[in-house]
Design a protein around this ligand. Structure first.
Ligand code: ZN
Ligand code: ZN
Length: 302
């Protein structure tokens, strides 16, 4: 199915377009005190534009950059962007977690001073959102004078209390947290209660931990991975899947808190040693990873 696709000036082989695209990632609206930011994922060769809107505020305690990263992952999925594609990403703070995620997942990417279609698409999407809310469509960004354009939007939003309530940007939720707030890890030796379903999460089980500060207090909650309101971007869970009685047994690898005896070889496992824990029905099995191991899943990043 080889052929030519004429995109912009230069002809491009269709095969090449399918196997390797260059995606531009840009945002708009960050400087406006009203409305959430708009994110775009744009391919110039094909003219594809995918966009997402960051809400004005949110309540799930997710960090701003975490939320942006999640929205970008969703856009990439929608666009069927592949790991072979190239990503040129705006260098702004808003994308810092996303930059890290791209690196951690082996994507070919770098920061880029945005111009052309991606920049235009982001501005257009922001304008479209503002107009959908009722802002006069004829007041547009002119000569890249963002301040005047945003002033008009801010004036329009704050002129009506109900409108202001709905569209004023929440700066508080956008403050950078010290670390990702949702992390996939394990309960270690303690049972926890799921903050969502209120059911027990047994010791040595996968769990999502949510940690944040509120009024100077450190708060920490646990969720069953399926109950977590947010898909964690960070993973501190080392999983191991082993063939077991004709099927599979999935467990976790964590340092042993106290001396135990390996369920397979019977020899002791010393405290601090990496140990395999898994549930067979409701019975906790543990022991040397090497005694259980055969096929090992990757750990590290989700
Ligand atoms: Zn739960
Ligand atoms: Zn053993």
């Amino acid at each position: 199915m080889a052929g030519f696709l004429v995109a912009n000036r230069k002809p491009v082989f269709i095969e090449e377009v399918i196997t390797l695209k260059t995606w531009y990632v840009e945002d708009a609206g960050g400087g406006c005190r009203a409305f959430g930011e708009v994110l775009v994922l744009v391919c110039e060769e094909t003219g594809e534009v995918y966009s997402a809107r960051v809400p004005v505020t949110w309540t799930n305690k997710m960090g701003w950059e975490e939320l942006v990263c999640q929205l970008m992952i969703d856009l990439m999925e929608k666009a069927q962007a592949s790991r072979d594609d190239r990503f040129l990403v705006c260098s702004g703070n808003i994308f810092h977690t996303y930059h890290k995620w791209l690196s951690d997942h082996g994507y070919n990417w770098k920061t880029h001073k945005m111009d052309g279609l991606a920049h235009e698409a982001a501005e257009n999407e922001f304008h479209r959102m503002v107009v959908e809310a009722g802002f006069p469509a004829n007041i547009k960004l002119a000569d890249r004078d963002y301040r005047s354009y945003y002033n008009e939007i801010e004036k329009w939003v704050s002129s009506d209390p109900a409108r202001k309530q709905r569209y004023w940007k929440d700066r508080e939720v956008r403050k950078k947290p010290a670390q990702p707030r949702y992390v996939l890890k394990s309960t270690l030796g303690r049972a926890r209660n799921c903050h969502q379903c209120n059911q027990r999460i047994p010791p040595f089980s996968p769990a999502v931990e949510l940690k944040y500060r509120q009024n100077g207090r450190k708060l920490r909650y646990f969720f069953h991975p399926a109950c977590s309101p947010v898909k964690p971007l960070q993973c501190q869970l080392d999983r191991l899947e082993v063939p077991w009685k004709g099927g599979q047994l999935t467990g976790i690898l964590v340092p042993c808190p106290e001396q135990i005896h390996c369920a397979l070889c019977g020899r002791p496992v010393e405290p601090g040693e990496k140990t395999f824990y898994a549930y067979e029905d409701n019975r906790l099995l543990c022991g040397h990873p090497a005694c259980f191991a055969n096929t090992r899943s990757t750990g590290g990043i989700c």
